[in-house]
Write a protein that binds this ligand. Structure first.
Ligand code: 5AD
Ligand code: SF4
Length: 444
């Protein structure tokens, strides 16, 4: 039996795309392997948001040349967001001649045919600029096989693409315009998942708050949440990512009133200075963001807020950066993903003249990480002594493991029968990122 090695970089959209890729490969009779040396197909599902991971792809791919020499039948493939950039596609094609299979994010469903052609020796390159949507709401992946990484929690796409055009971001160029799935298709997928035992879903989109805006029917993200909340047997609903600009009061109300929607909001702020936010084309000011946080916290007490922050955006001064630090302090995020600004060819900010020197960016990100680590530690410590609802997800070397509604990982002792159940856990200890506790109540 042939074996594939699949490596996934980037965001949860890519993680989920990889679940579809795996599903397709398994249906073609391939088996998955974690041993790259024994693979007949090596496939990288790539990300292009920043330069470093891109460089890594080139480095790793160069090293696989040796494997190809040892095994001429080996197929090496690259897919995902990197291939959707014209210049990068050119580079891959020219600099990595031993890569035989290149496809994009809009034609994953074509993998069986493309792979068959690569298997007989053709060098296959097929990247589409847009997904083949014939009709409104249509999803070209509907009914493709999916090999999910987990048996209790599942990712569900609700909207593809992004049309926000933040000036630093390549995503709108590689993932295309916003395109929502029909509410009934989403509902059907979730209901089918619940029927096969899934308890938690994470709704995915680069900007879930824009859900439904491209559909002619009367619908919205908050009404989709309401609809899904009524599915019996489903325990939890999560979603990512939200854009502060499109975070309306209807969504805040939905989060507050729908029992299955978890108390966690990932709300990328990107910067704390209104001047920088304007240059990023984010569509909100520091004050707008702080007001929004206040509203959300008031409506959903105890909600975990997480964020993304970029340091060293072109023109960011020391004062601008200090405003990011003060915003981080003021909001007190549970955790934050912090990034050094990376110029992306084709985006407006990459052409701005006032690029920040690399040493300054590094120095700033260290200061930001140090501050956020201190705040994260305070948040997690505060949980000790509280009781938390935990969905038991499985067992690992440290015992049963699950997550709180606020998405914190907890370990505790208990019987395997609890897997899949909601239990109440009293938190007894907090580490840097994860918790320990003991079960005080089960529904079973
Ligand atoms: N440089 C650095 N970080 C970026 N992000 C997006 N584009 C860039 C870039 N050019 C970050 C943003 C986004 C996250 C997914 O990646 O913070 O929210
Ligand atoms: Fe990376 Fe964006 Fe593609 Fe996700 S959608 S993999 S973050 S480039």
């Amino acid at each position: 039996m042939k074996k594939f090695f699949l490596r996934t970089m980037g965001c949860q959209m890519n993680d989920h795309d990889s679940e579809v890729i795996k599903g397709l490969l398994l249906s073609l009779g391939y088996d998955q392997t974690e041993e790259i040396e024994e693979a007949d197909l090596i496939l990288y599902n790539t990300c292009c948001v920043r330069e470093n991971p891109e460089r890594k792809v080139y480095g790793n791919m160069a090293a696989y040349k040796r494997l190809k020499e040892a095994n001429p039948n080996l197929i090496i493939g690259i897919c995902g967001c990197m291939t959707q950039q014209k210049a990068e596609l050119q580079n891959i094609f020219q600099q990595l001649p031993h890569v035989d299979l290149i496809f994009g994010t809009h034609n994953i469903h074509r993998l069986p045919e493309l792979l068959a052609r690569a298997e007989v020796g053709e060098r296959v390159v097929e990247v589409w600029d847009e997904a083949p949507y014939a009709e409104e709401g249509q999803d070209f992946r509907e009914n493709l096989p999916v090999e999910r990484s987990h048996r209790l929690k599942a990712f569900v796409n609700i909207i593809y693409g992004c049309t926000n055009f933040c000036t630093y971001c390549i995503v709108p160029y590689v993932r295309g315009r916003e395109h929502s799935r029909l509410p009934e298709s989403v509902r059907e997928e979730v209901a089918a998942l619940v029927e096969t035992g899934y308890r938690e879903i994470t709704l995915l989109g680069q900007n879930v708050n824009a859900y439904g805006k491209d559909l002619s029917m009367e619908t919205s993200f908050s009404s989709l949440l309401k609809e899904l909340n009524s599915i019996e047997g489903l325990a939890r609903i999560r979603f990512t990512t939200s854009h502060p600009r499109d975070m309306g009061s209807d969504l805040i109300h939905a989060m507050a009133s729908l029992d299955k929607v978890c108390e966690h909001l990932h709300l990328p702020v990107q910067a704390g200075s209104s001047r920088v936010l304007r240059r990023m084309n984010r569509g909100y000011t520091r004050e707008n963001y702080l007001d929004l946080v206040e509203k959300v916290r008031k409506a959903v007490p105890g909600i975990a807020l997480t964020t993304d922050i970029i340091v060293g955006f072109p023109g960011e001064t020391e004062e601008d950066f200090e405003q990011t630090l003060s915003l981080v302090e003021e909001v007190g995020f549970d955790s934050a993903f912090t990034f050094i600004y990376s110029p992306r060819e084709g985006t407006p900010a990459a052409r701005y003249a006032d690029q920040v020197p690399e040493e300054v960016k590094k120095e700033r990100i260290y200061r930001l990480i140090e501050l956020q680590n201190k705040i994260s530690a305070q948040h997690i410590q505060r949980l000790v002594g509280t009781e938390q609802e935990v969905l038991v997800e499985g067992r690992d070397t440290q015992g049963l493991v699950g997550r709180t509604r606020t998405n914190r990982q907890v370990h505790f002792a208990g019987s395997e029968e609890l897997v899949g159940e909601l239990v109440t856990v009293e938190i007894t200890e907090a580490g840097t990122w994860t918790l320990r506790g003991k079960v005080v109540h089960t529904q079973a």
